[in-house]
Ligand binder design. Structure first.
Ligand code: CAA
Ligand code: NAI
Length: 701
């Protein structure tokens, strides 16, 4: 008999096999056992003429149970690949009734069925690559046989699921059905049995492979085309190798090849890191003092104050999610400029074919502009994005408090200012919160949601829910200078500058960190972001800067030369007109050498490993302080921030996960040595010392 995780009902000669394993019908041991029993029973039972496979609840199946990876296999439970072979081998026709999602192993189960029907809202795909894996249950062998090599490569290497309509267009599903898909599948299964037509097994299809056999160069071309996107990742290349094997080898050999590559990947550090990333991104929504049932307010209308670089992008997020937004500015000229930038951004998406003209106009029509605070009265959430100036922010919050309805949440996009002080300018500090978007705000997925001392659980719940609705990953953090991400970034940046004074050059430091997997090194990034903002902040801090702490003046000296980065054609590097490619500049190298001389420093040769350790270990060390202070809830929250806000390579799982891989003791010992050599900034964090002495890790906290 099947078990609780798989049920079977009989409808006039058709056995309907239902996977029932909430929340996502993951294909864990119980489901696999249940499926095997159900298939055996259906094969034996002469009253069963055909089979339907489906999922209970919201979806067909979210795929293999990711938590089982890396665990020893339970005894006497079939592997998914064997089970799908058994399903495909059925002498009685099998129809998949797909709804919700069919992902990963779930999609592979569908590929093993003889016919696939799907509801219009279905999303189907093979996202294994995003977990550092490949579709290891026949997906790389069956998918190209069904949809052809180019479409299979796209699906498997991007990992992006497709809609039912697209799936039908490429031959992945046979029919999109309105209404009850299980009913439709039962009818189809019965008709197939009645016809007694030959069964169409995906593994036996050859036509689509034959097309690719004539053009073997497509694989080399594909590898080349994905090189930028896949830089540093192992899994995408393994995926291509397997699809190539589907073309060059018989099915059984291709399957064995796929299995071997899957086993390599599943035990790799990269896949462990990417699985960590998957769960970490789901953990962020769990907040101990804001339980799941905390009421979240409905956000039907929003407002944004300040339509500059950030405000414009934030407004786009709202309308993209279907929420109308009112944009407030100080002058008509500022409104016109801000709206022109928004329109230009949408037009660029339209020209790339990723948005229709009509959709663009619909989105623009959801934006209302105003110079009158009174027009913000009905907004449920207001996001302030004016200049980074405390007096100005307090003035704006005072005005918002007076103008907005009492339940409205007032949020600030400040990147450095104290949310508590901003909240003090209102009569509703419980409804004030930070929503720190990253630039470009319409693209970057991270939101650091900053809770003040008096921010209420309801406000937090509303903003965390809103983050999801905007398609973002919201991570809750506490108030401190720079919050989580930028505070750690400062620690890393500072050491990068000191390395220059000691003997390194910008392009060397940048190359090491780029090779580590960051999208760019600290100096190229500073040129992109603009050097003037940080300069202004540092000037403001000059009087209060502790004299005993080392301070590098290189960046200030570069700004004094009028070099603010890409926007002025020169910064840490120089740029040819119209190009964003950083070119090392002898003038800056001379400046750096002269500053070393002023300090009486004898420049020395600095190796790649030293650069990496000197930049990354202090970053981790700062993360440890942030954790100890309770500014971040979990080490994995810090990882989510760095992967989604700063391009920290996902295959390293974020800085804290990476630190555990390197070894907390190794990092602690290095920090102690660096502290002895270079002084106070590098003092090991107490938490790092504690973990090292206990022999535990950030992941154990
Ligand atoms: N295994 C284990 N747990 C899973 C899971 C999986 N495949 N998919 C989701 N979950 C868990 C989540 O961790 C979460 O748990 P908590 O509530 O404890 O945090 C819960 O299920 C709900 O998940 P979501 O919050 O993500 O729910 P959603 O409704 O927003 O999305 C989903 C549902 C689209 C299925 C999404 O969860 C998802 O994309 N899951 C992963 C899909 C995937 O990558 N599948 C491939 C697996 S690898 C594979 O199949 C290998 C192979 O070839 C054999
Ligand atoms: P910006 O200078 O591009 O835009 C600020 C806008 O605010 C201008 O359009 C200005 O006209 C408007 N403004 C000024 N006073 C106003 C007032 N009283 N009422 C309404 N509008 C007013 O600045 P940017 O870069 O968009 O920054 C805004 C906020 O976002 C700042 O707090 C900044 O620290 C923060 N931030 C900036 C990031 C970035 O990369 N630029 C990243 C994350 C946060």
């Amino acid at each position: 008999m099947p078990n609780d995780a798989v049920t079977v009902s009989h409808r006039d000669g058709v056995a309907v096999i239902t996977m029932d394993n909430p929340p996502v019908n993951g294909l864990g041991a119980a489901v696999r056992n249940g499926l095997r029993a159900a298939l055996e029973e259906a094969a034996r039972d002469d009253t069963v003429r055909a089979l339907v496979v489906t999922g209970a609840g919201r979806m067909f199946s979210g795929g293999a149970d990711i938590r089982e990876f890396g665990q020893p296999p339970p005894p006497d439970v079939p592997w998914l690949p064997e089970l799908i072979n058994q399903l495909e081998a059925s002498e009685k026709p099998v129809v998949a009734a797909i709804h919700g999602v069919a992902l990963g192993g779930g999609c592979e189960v569908a590929l093993g069925c003889h016919v696939r029907l799907a509801t219009p809202d279905t999303r189907i795909g093979l996202p294994e690559v995003t977990l550092g894996l490949l579709p290891g249950a026949g997906g790389t062998q069956r998918m190209p046989r069904l949809v052809g090599v180019p479409a299979a490569l796209d699906l498997i290497v991007s990992g992006t699921p497709v809609s039912a309509a697209k799936a039908a267009a490429i031959g992945l599903v046979d029919e999109v059905v309105e209404g009850d898909v299980v009913e439709a599948a039962v009818a189809r299964a019965r008709a197939l049995a009645d016809e007694g037509a030959p069964i169409r097994r995906t593994s036996a299809l050859e036509d689509r492979l034959a097309e690719a056999r004539g053009t073997p160069e497509i694989f080399a071309e594909f590898r080349q085309s994905m090189a930028r996107r896949a830089r540093g990742f192992e899994a995408p290349y393994a995926c291509v190798d397997c699809v190539e094997a589907a073309v060059s080898q018989p099915f059984a050999d291709g399957l064995a090849f796929e299995r071997a590559r899957f086993q390599e990947l599943v035990t790799s550090d990269q896949s462990k890191a990417q699985r960590h990333a998957f769960f970490a991104e789901r953990e962020v929504s769990k907040i101990p003092d804001v339980p799941k049932d905390t009421p979240a307010a409905t956000v039907a209308a929003a407002a944004v104050v300040g339509c500059g670089t950030m405000g414009g992008g934030i407004a786009m997020n709202f309308v993209n999610a279907g929420i109308p937004v009112t944009v407030f500015e100080v002058s008509q000229a500022a409104l016109d400029t801000g709206m022109a930038v928004i329109r230009k951004n949408y037009a660029a998406t339209v020209s790339k074919g990723r948005l229709t003209e009509t959709a663009m106009e619909e989105r623009l029509a959801r934006i209302t502009t105003t110079l009158d605070y009174g027009d913000l009265a009905e907004a449920d959430v207001v996001i302030e994005a004016v200049f980074e100036d405390m007096a100005l922010k307090k003035e704006v919050f005072g005005a918002l408090d007076a103008a907005c309805k009492p339940p409205a949440i007032l949020a600030t996009n400040t990147s450095t200012l104290d949310v508590n002080e901003i909240a003090s300018a209102t009569s509703r500090p419980d409804k004030v919160i930070g929503t720190h978007f990253f630039s470009p705000a319409n693209v970057m997925r991270l939101m650091e949601n900053v809770r003040g001392d008096r921010t209420s659980p309801e406000t937090i719940a509303t903003i965390m829910t809103l983050s999801k609705r905007l398609g973002k990953i919201g991570v809750l953090v506490g108030v401190c200078d720079g919050f989580v991400g930028n505070r750690m970034l400062y620690a890393y940046r500072r050491q990068a500058d000191f390395l220059l004074e000691e003997g390194a050059l910008p392009h060397h430091v940048d190359r090491v960190l780029y090779d580590f997997g960051l999208p760019m090194g600290p100096f190229a990034m500073a040129d992109l972001a603009g050097l003037d903002v940080g300069w202004r902040i540092r000037q403001g801090q000059a009087a209060t800067r502790p004299k005993h702490l080392r301070y590098s003046t290189i960046a200030d000296r570069i700004c004094e030369m009028g070099r603010f980065g890409q926007k002025t054609g020169a910064g840490w590097y120089r740029y040819e007109a119209g190009s964003r490619t950083p070119i090392p500049d002898p003038a800056i190298e001379e400046l750096i050498v002269s500053i070393s001389r002023e300090h009486g420093t004898t420049r020395r040769k600095i190796g790649d490993q030293e650069i990496l350790e000197r930049c990354m270990y202090p970053l981790v060390n700062e993360g440890a302080k942030i954790l100890d202070e309770g500014i971040a809830l979990r080490a994995s929250d810090i990882d989510v921030i760095w992967m989604n806000g700063y391009g920290f390579p996902r295959y390293r799982g974020g800085p804290m996960f990476w630190a555990d891989q390197v070894g907390v003791t190794t990092i602690h010992d290095a920090m102690r040595r660096l502290h002895d050599e270079h002084g106070d900034w590098l003092e090991p964090a107490p938490l790092l010392a504690r973990l090292a002495s206990e022999g535990t890790a950030f992941g154990d906290l």
